[in-house]
Design a binder for this molecule. Structure first.
Ligand code: COA
Length: 249
């Protein structure tokens, strides 16, 4: 798997720094318009401060019951399964080439919505794995066949047109057909667009949890369960939370 080198005009250092600042400012304005100032501030802080130095995040663990999708046929003709050959296209969508390569290495299933050779939307699911390198230092106790790590992204220019909801519906019916009973999705409590997109397809919030990272230590709290420790991708913090407790949070 390799990225083709692209030729770019050499620019002075000052010009590159200036272009970077202008681009970041544009991104911040768009994000504030789309997702609100609170979520944007959180993303800016995360961008500026290394996550293991200081980071506070709250999440909803949401569950989608796939029983109601079992008889849904009508798959979306614009959406197709992606393979490792599509990583360069997916890298353009973001967040990064390494994210998509690592996802495929971990056995992810990926779907894309492609128009004129460009990936407009991508969705990833990983069975029985719930931890991300920095984001989820947690291994929830639950039936492994049901726990999926989800990631959905739509290019900024095409958001708010129902594409996220179409991806969610298509993937849910595919998973139901493959015999899975539920999809778990972890969404930042400030990411209102993602919460809305999930809610539209029928996700139910089942657990609220908080992750605080400070000077290499991580504290995870949810439903009376607390873990504090040094977390690494080899040594995860296991949270004893009953994923079948049906009380909504
Ligand atoms: C979350 C996300 C995938 C939703 O995709 P989408 O194609 O905009 O989804 P939908 O069009 O189905 O709309 C979902 C909700 O987004 C909100 N929305 C509306 N216009 C929007 C716009 N221009 N931009 C962003 N979100 C908008 C609305 O609340 C909408 O619900 P509504 O139709 O009931 O008003 C997309 O915003 C995204 O890629 N975000 C960045 C990546 C991310 O945070 N992923 C989730 C974490 S895994």
């Amino acid at each position: 798997m390799s990225i083709k080198p692209t030729f770019t005009e050499p620019k002075s250092r000052a010009a590159r720094v200036m272009a970077g600042i202008v681009e970041s400012w544009r991104k911040i304005r768009r994000k504030t318009r789309e997702s609100g100032p609170l979520y944007t501030t959180q993303l800016v802080i995360q961008h500026l401060i290394p996550k293991n130095l200081f980071n506070v995040q709250m999440f909803f663990l949401c569950e989608l019951d796939l029983r109601k999708f079992a008889r849904v046929r009508g798959n979306d003709p614009e959406i197709r399964s992606a393979t490792e050959k599509d990583v360069d296209l997916l890298a353009n969508l973001g967040p990064s080439l390494s994210f998509w390569c690592a996802s495929f290495e971990r056995g992810a299933r990926v779907w894309v919505l492609e128009r004129e050779g460009q990936v407009i939307a991508g969705m990833r699911l990983i069975a029985s794995d719930y931890s991300e390198d920095w984001l989820f230092p947690i291994l929830f106790k639950g039936p492994p066949k049901d726990i999926w790590g989800t990631y959905l992204k739509v290019v900024p220019e095409c958001r708010g047109q129902g594409i996220g909801t179409r991806m969610n519906r298509h993937v849910a019916s595919e998973c139901a057909r493959l015999g899975y009973s539920r999809i778990m999705s972890c969404v930042d409590t400030l990411n209102r667009n993602a919460l809305r997109a999930d809610q539209k397809v029928g996700y139910r919030r089942i657990i609220h949890f908080i992750v605080i990272r400070f000077l290499g230590f991580t504290l995870v709290h949810s439903k009376g369960s607390l873990r504090l420790g040094r977390w690494s991708s080899r040594r995860r913090l296991e949270l004893q939370v009953d994923l079948f407790d049906k009380k909504p949070c």
